[in-house]
Design a protein around this ligand. Structure first.
Ligand SMILES: Nc1ncnc2c1ncn2[C@@H]1O[C@H](COP(=O)(O)OP(=O)(O)O)[C@@H](O)[C@H]1O
Ligand SMILES: [Mg+2]
Length: 293
């Protein structure tokens, strides 16, 4: 198969994928999104011979637009533009999970500081304020008091880009010092890990400690449904353990351009994560070839 790898920076994740693809004798064209021009009527020639494009863009905005262009050019891309739209924005993501009946933290959106403060007071303290676009735990706020709420809202309203004036307010979930990241392909888990931290933000990018995690029946079911809710693909599903025995879950987000180097290290020899990703890509490319034959 011939894979187009869309990137702006080759991280360890991309290196792992590239070496797996090359080891299996696949053709790979690396496409630096910073160097391309995307014409509304004609695809850049670089896409001519490609069976499937793997979107590994770092910047959400690029990923959102480029997948739309690839749709227009009739080039198969993973993840799809629909999935990107539903995952890149936390409002869309929460709406999709809720609509699919997947348990997700109670969430409200408000557009003025006054309306947001009302929401916050109703949720009570602590509660959480998240940027609608973002990752790696950046610009997340746990709000402990009304004073803090007022200050954070004023800062966001005054200093923020317009996206930060969309106030995304969420109940604080009392998780057991960790959350769970599952890497899944079309709802089928490849591997899962816990991310533990003393801090309420447990992201690996924030220094959360990772360990292999075995998914139970309920988690498997939720991963499958969360994946379906955003149109499937190569996804990172984030869950928190809730309930008295910690055997229930709430899905706080689904990520569409997912890093897996931490996961690959956490699961050690149990699973070869890049190999499983490439297995899945091969299935996708095969399905595509059969569909167009
Ligand atoms: N409602 C919440 N209650 C408690 N902790 C949360 C909540 N939402 C997120 N977290 C913690 O914050 C981390 C980052 O949140 P997340 O919504 O996944 O944003 P990001 O896109 O930045 O990863 C999660 O991994 C989890 O540990
Ligand atoms: Mg996350």
């Amino acid at each position: 198969m011939h894979v187009g790898l869309l990137y702006s920076r080759i991280r360890r994740d991309e290196k792992l994928l590239l070496s797996e693809l090359r080891e299996r004798g696949h053709d790979v064209t690396k496409i630096d999104v910073r160097a391309e021009q995307f014409n509304i009527s004609a695809a850049p020639p670089v896409f001519d011979e490609i069976d499937v494009v793997l979107d590994r863009c770092l910047a959400t905005s690029r990923s959102l637009y480029i997948t739309r262009f690839l749709d227009a050019y009739d080039v198969e891309v993973v993840n799809s533009s629909e999935t990107a739209q539903l995952c890149a924005d936390k409002v869309n993501n929460s709406l999709a999970l809720e609509a699919a009946g997947v348990p997700t933290p109670a969430t409200e959106v408000a557009f003025t500081t006054d309306a947001a403060l009302e929401s916050i007071e109703r949720f009570g303290y602590p509660c959480v304020l998240k940027p609608v676009v973002g990752s790696w735990g950046r610009l997340m706020a746990k709000i402990d008091t009304r004073d803090a709420a007022e200050a954070i809202l004023e800062h966001k309203a005054t200093l923020g880009h317009y996206e930060h004036k969309v106030f995304y307010i969420q109940e604080f979930v009392e998780k057991p010092g960790r959350d769970i990241r599952v890497l899944a392909v079309d709802g089928e888990p490849i591997a899962a890990m816990t991310r533990s931290s003393e801090h309420w933000l447990t992201n690996a990018a924030k220094g959360g400690e990772t360990a292999n995690f075995e998914l139970d029946e309920r988690a498997l079911e939720l991963v499958e449904r969360a994946s379906e809710a955003v149109g499937g693909g190569l996804l990172g599903v984030d869950l928190m353990e809730v309930g008295e025995n910690g055997d229930e879950y709430t899905v706080h987000e689904v990520n569409h351009t997912v890093e897996f180097k931490a996961l690959n290290d956490a699961v050690g020899d149990n699973v070869d994560v890049p190999a499983r990703v490439v297995d899945w890509l091969e299935t996708r490319a095969r399905a595509e070839t059969e569909a167009t034959a």
